[in-house]
Design a protein around this ligand. Structure first.
Ligand code: B3K
Ligand code: ZN
Length: 863
C-alpha cells in the first residue's frame, strides 16, 4: 500500500446524507444491502469519479436511482469500487456479502466466541460494505439486522430501536435509527446470545437514559463496577463541562476478542472484557481503575470525537488527546490526585519518551503513514493529552472549559482539524498559540536545562531548551514550554509561591530576591510540560524535596532522582568493569525519614518506596545494558530491604487486610504499601516470607492482595510457589482474563528458564493464539516485563518473539505490528543486545508481511 500524506488532503467528491443498511446474517455468509442518498460536494475539486472503499468482500451489484450499473460504468478492484461520472444527486444501492465467521483480523464484522461484532475505526467499515471510508463523510444511519433468533437472540446497532419482530424460519429482525450524523468509523452492530445488566441515568435536564451492558451469559456479576463507573462519568461530564448525554440509550457490549481496550461507537460501545470485568476476587485495584477510566474515556468521546470528529486520520489526536486529557482529569477527581498524576507522568517517561526518541518518533499530528492502525500511539494519545493539559494550564481551568464548549458549539456535527481546535482555543481564551503549535507539528522530547546562581540573597534561575533531531525533522524550532516552579528553604518551608515560568526562547533567566540562604528549587511541578528536565540537584536538596515538597509529583520525583543517581553511578561502574558503587548513606537516611513521617496518602508512600523501573533507568543511558541495569537495581533493592527489613515487616503487618475488600483510595493505598513491603522482603528471601505470602494467597478475599502474594513468590524456589500457581490455575480455569495473570506471572519470572516456559505455555491448551488478551499477557508480558529473559545472552528471547510475530502476522496484523514495535529500539542498546534485536527484525523482514508489520519493521531497520 502507498504512503499517505497529510498535505495531500482532498475534500470528498460526493457527500452522503443518509445510509440505510440491511444485514441478513446467515450461517455461511452475511448479505449486505446498502442504500445511500448521495450528492456532489460543492467544495470538491474533481467529481468525475466517486471512490468507495471495499476489501475482503464479495461484490454483487450496484445501482443508481434504481438502475443496475453496467460494467463499463464502474471499476472494481481488490480495495475499491469506483463509479465513473455519477450524476449530481442520486440514490445509490450496493449489494455485497461478507464472512464474519472466518474473519480473524478483529476488524470489520467479525466473530468473538459466539458473538458477532464490528470494529470499524479506523478503516474497518470498508470490510463491511463499499463506502468512502474516511471520517469526513458524515451521514445519518438506519440499520436493519435479521438473524437466527435462537443463535442470535440479541440484535444491536447504533441509535434507537424503532422496529423489531419475528420472521419465518426461526429468524427475527430489528431496525435501528441513529439521529446523529456520524462518520462510518463510529458505526457498530453486535448480534449474539448475551446476558445483560441494566440501570438508568437521569441527566441534569431530565432525560432518562437507559443504560445496558451486555456480555456472555454468566459474566454479569463482573460488570457492576463498569456500570457504576459509567454513571460517575456521566455525572462528571455534566458537572465539569456541562455536557449531557444526547440519546435515550447507552449500550455497551463486552467481548473477549478485541484488539484494543474499547471503541466509542455512537450509543453502542464495544469493549474488551479486560476493560469491563472487575469483581473483587477476579480483578486488582489497577484493573478496577483501568475499567473506570476506559469506561469514562469512551463516554467522553461522545462529544470529543463523536459530535465533533476528525476530518482525516492525521487529526487523530484532535479526539484522542482531548479525550485522554478529559479522562486524566476525571481520574484525578476520583482517586488520589498526586498518585494518579504520578502514574500519568511515569507513562510519559517510560513509554512515550522512548517512542519519541526512537526510529518511530512522530509528531502528535503525524505527516504521513502507511497503515493508520500503527498510529494509535502513546504519542498521539498521551503526549496529545499533555499538549491539551498545557493549554488548559495556560488558560486556567475555567477558561479552558469555556473554550472547549466554544469548540464543541462551533463545530458540532462537523469533521474538523487540530488547527480548527487551536483556533477555537485562541478565540475563546485570547491566548496566542502561534509558537505553541510546534507541539503538534514537531516530534521529539525537548530537554530543559535548569541552572541556578545564588549571590547576595538573589537567586538567578536560568532555563534553556534543546530538542534532539528525530527522523525527518532535523532542525527543531523553539517550543513554548510552561515550567512551574516553587522555592523552599533549608527546613523545607515554602519561601516562594508556585509560579509558572514560560520558556519560549533558547535561554531565559528569572531572578528571585530577598533570601537569607540559597533556596531549593522545585521544578516542573505536576509535570507542567512533557519535557526531559536536566537539573543536577545535590543529594541534600533532593532529600529535602523528598521530605517536604508540597507537590506530590515533585516529592516522588525527588525520591526517584535520588535512586537514579545511585543506580546510574552503579550501572556506569559495572559497564566500565569497575567495582559496584554502593548507595550513599544519605539515601538510606532519606528513606528512614520517609518511613518515620510517611505521607497521609498511602499510595504516595508506596510510589516513593518503589525504585525507578528498568525502563526509566534505561532512559538515562545512550547505550542500554539490560544486565548491568538489572544487577544494579536488584542490589540496591536488596540493600534497602536488608537495611529496613524490620520496618518492611512492620509495614506489612500494619497494612495487611483487616476488612472486606472495597475499592477506594484509602484501601487501595493500604494494599499498595502491603505489596511493596512484601516485595522488598521477597528480594532478600526474608525468613518466613514464602510461608507468609502463601498464607496471604490462601486467605485473601481479593485479587489485589492475592497478586501481591503471587508476585512475591514469583521468582523464589520455595515449594509454596508451585503450589499456589497450580491452585490459581485450577481455581480460575474458567476465567480467561484471570488466567492472563497466571500467564503473565510466568512470563515475567526472572528464573533462568523463562523463555522455555513461555514456549511451553504457547503450546498449552490454556493459551489461545487467536485471542489478543492472551498474546498480550504472555508475549507482551515477556517482552516488557522480563527484560532479562527477553535479552538473554544466547538470543533465545529474540528468536521466540520473531517466531511468534511471523506466525501472528497473517492472522492479526495489528497485533503482530505492535509486537514488532518492541524490537525497533535496538539502537539504544549495547552492541551485543542491539545486534540480536536487529537480526531478529531482519529475519522478520525477509518474510512476506502485512502492511502493518512491514511499516514498523522497515522503520526499525532504516535507522
Ligand atoms: N478509538 C478507539 C481506538 C481505535 C483503535 C483503532 N485501531 C478507542 C479509544 O481511543 O477510545
Ligand atoms: Zn479514545
Amino acid at each position: 500500500t502507498q504512503r499517505k500524506y497529510r498535505a495531500d488532503y482532498q475534500p470528498p467528491a460526493y457527500l452522503i446524507d443518509t445510509v440505510d443498511l440491511d444485514f441478513e446474517i446467515r450461517s455461511d455468509r452475511t448479505q449486505v444491502r446498502a442504500t445511500y442518498a448521495v450528492r456532489r460536494n460543492p467544495d470538491a475539486n474533481d467529481t468525475s469519479q466517486w471512490r468507495l472503499d471495499g476489501r475482503d468482500m464479495q461484490f454483487l451489484s450496484a445501482a443508481i436511482d434504481g438502475r443496475a450499473l453496467d460494467t463499463h460504468e464502474y471499476a472494481l478492484s481488490d480495495n475499491a469500487l469506483v463509479i465513473h461520472n455519477p450524476p449530481e444527486i442520486f440514490t445509490f444501492v450496493v449489494e455485497n456479502t461478507i464472512g464474519p465467521e472466518q474473519n480473524l483480523s478483529l476488524e470489520g464484522f467479525y466473530r468473538s466466541g459466539d458473538i458477532l461484532c464490528s470494529q470499524c475505526e479506523s478503516n474497518g467499515f470498508s470490510r463491511i460494505t463499499y463506502f468512502p471510508d474516511r471520517p469526513d463523510v458524515m451521514a445519518r444511519y438506519t440499520t436493519r439486522i435479521s438473524a437466527d433468533a435462537h443463535k442470535f437472540p440479541v440484535l444491536l446497532a447504533n441509535g434507537n430501536c424503532v422496529d423489531s419482530g419475528t420472521l419465518d424460519n426461526g429468524r427475527h429482525y430489528a431496525v435501528f435509527e441513529d439521529p446523529f450524523a456520524k462518520p462510518c468509523y463510529l458505526f457498530a452492530m453486535v448480534v449474539g446470545d448475551l446476558g445483560m445488566i441494566r440501570d438508568s441515568y437521569t441527566t441534569a435536564s431530565g432525560r432518562k437514559v437507559d443504560l445496558r451492558l451486555y456480555t456472555e451469559h454468566g459474566n454479569e456479576d463482573q460488570c457492576h463496577h463498569a456500570m457504576a463507573s459509567l454513571k460517575q462519568a456521566m455525572a462528571w461530564d455534566e458537572d465539569t463541562y456541562g455536557l449531557e448525554y444526547d440519546l435515550d440509550s447507552y449500550v455497551t457490549v463486552a467481548v473477549g476478542s478485541f484488539n484494543m481496550g474499547a471503541m466509542e461507537n455512537k450509543g453502542l460501545n464495544v469493549f474488551n472484557t479486560a476493560c469491563i470485568f472487575a469483581r473483587a476476587d477476579t480483578a486488582t485495584d489497577s484493573d478496577f481503575a483501568l475499567v473506570r477510566d476506559v469506561v469514562a474515556h469512551e463516554y467522553f468521546h461522545n462529544y470529543t470525537g463523536n459530535r465533533v470528529t476528525c476530518r482525516d486520520w492525521f487529526q487523530l489526536s484532535l479526539k484522542e488527546g482531548l479525550t485522554v486529557y478529559r479522562e486524566h482529569q476525571f481520574a484525578i477527581d476520583q482517586g488520589s490526585p498526586g498518585v494518579t498524576r504520578i502514574r500519568q507522568v511515569r507513562t510519559m517517561r517510560e513509554i512515550q519518551f522512548p517512542e519519541d526518541g526512537g526510529p518511530r518518533a512522530h509528531p502528535v499530528r503525524p505527516e504521513s503513514y502507511v497503515e493508520m492502525n500503527n498510529f494509535y500511539t502513546i504519542t498521539v494519545y498521551e503526549k496529545g493529552g499533555e499538549v491539551i493539559r498545557m493549554i488548559a494550564q495556560m488558560a486556567g481551568r475555567d477558561a479552558f472549559i469555556i473554550a472547549v464548549r466554544h469548540y464543541l458549539d462551533k463545530h458540532d456535527g462537523q469533521a474538523v482539524t487540530i488547527e480548527d481546535f487551536v483556533v477555537a482555543m485562541e478565540e475563546s481564551t485570547g491566548l496566542d498559540l502561534a509558537q505553541f503549535r510546534h507541539w503538534y507539528a514537531q516530534a521529539g522530547t525537548p530537554r530543559v536545562r535548569v541552572a541556578t546562581d545564588f549571590e547576595d540573597g538573589r537567586l538567578q534561575l536560568t532555563l534553556s531548551q534543546h530538542t534532539p533531531a528525530t527522523p525527518d525533522q532535523n532542525d527543531k524550532p523553539l517550543f513554548d514550554i510552561p515550567v512551574e516552579i516553587a522555592l523552599f528553604d533549608a527546613e523545607g518551608a515554602p519561601v516562594r509561591e508556585a509560579e509558572v515560568l514560560r520558556l519560549n526562547s533558547a535561554e531565559q533567566s528569572w531572578t528571585f530576591d530577598g533570601f537569607d540562604a540559597e533556596p531549593t528549587v522545585s521544578a516542573l511541578r505536576g509535570f507542567t510540560a512533557p519535557v526531559r528536565l536536566e537539573y543536577e540537584q545535590s543529594d541534600e536538596a533532593l532529600a529535602r524535596l523528598m521530605a517536604h515538597d508540597s507537590d506530590p509529583v515533585c516529592r516522588w520525583d525527588a525520591a526517584q532522582a535520588l535512586y537514579l543517581k545511585t543506580l546510574v553511578a552503579d550501572v556506569s561502574a559495572r559497564r566500565e568493569g569497575n567495582a559496584p558503587v554502593a548507595a550513599p548513606e544519605l539515601l538510606f537516611e532519606a528513606i528512614e525519614t520517609l518511613l518515620d513521617n510517611p505521607p497521609a496518602d498511602r499510595e504516595l508512600l508506596a510510589e516513593m518506596l518503589t525504585l525507578p523501573s528498568e525502563a526509566m533507568l534505561g532512559e538515562q543511558f545512550d547505550a542500554v545494558d539490560i544486565f548491568a541495569i538489572d544487577a544494579a537495581r536488584r542490589e540496591l533493592k536488596e540493600a534497602i530491604a536488608t537495611r529496613f527489613a524490620k520496618r518492611f515487616q512492620a509495614l506489612a503487618d500494619t497494612h495487611a487486610a483487616s476488612s472486606a475488600y472495597i475499592f477506594d483510595v484509602a484501601e487501595a493505598g493500604r494494599r499498595r504499601v502491603f505489596a511493596v513491603a512484601l516485595d522488598y522482603l521477597a528480594t532478600i528471601e526474608a525468613p518466613g516470607l514464602a510461608a507468609r505470602a502463601a498464607a496471604v494467597y490462601d486467605g485473601a478475599d481479593n485479587m489485589t492482595d492475592r497478586m501481591a502474594a503471587l508476585d512475591a513468590l514469583r521468582d523464589l524456589n520455595a515449594p509454596e510457589r508451585q503450589r499456589v500457581l497450580d491452585d490459581f490455575a485450577q481455581t480460575w480455569a474458567d476465567y480467561p482474563l484471570v488466567m492472563d495473570k497466571w500467564l503473565r506471572l510466568q512470563a515475567t519470572t526472572r528464573r533462568d528458564d523463562s523463555v522455555e516456559r513461555v514456549r511451553e505455555l504457547l503450546a498449552d491448551a490454556r493459551f489461545d493464539f487467536t485471542n489478543p488478551n492472551r498474546i498480550r499477557a504472555l508475549l507482551g508480558g515477556f517482552v516488557r516485563g522480563n527484560r532479562v529473559g527477553f535479552h538473554r545472552a544466547d538470543g533465545a528471547g529474540y528468536a521466540l518473539i520473531a517466531d511468534e510475530i511471523l506466525r501472528l502476522d497473517s492472522l492479526n496484523p495489528q497485533l503482530a505490528a505492535a509486537l514488532a514495535g518492541m524490537l525497533t529500539n535496538w539502537a539504544r542498546h549495547v552492541p551485543a543486545q542491539a545486534d540480536g534485536m536487529r537480526a531478529a527484525l531482519a529475519r522478520i523482514a525477509e518474510a512476506e508481511l502485512s502492511d502493518n508489520t512491514r511499516e514498523i519493521v522497515a522503520a526499525g531497520l532504516e535507522q
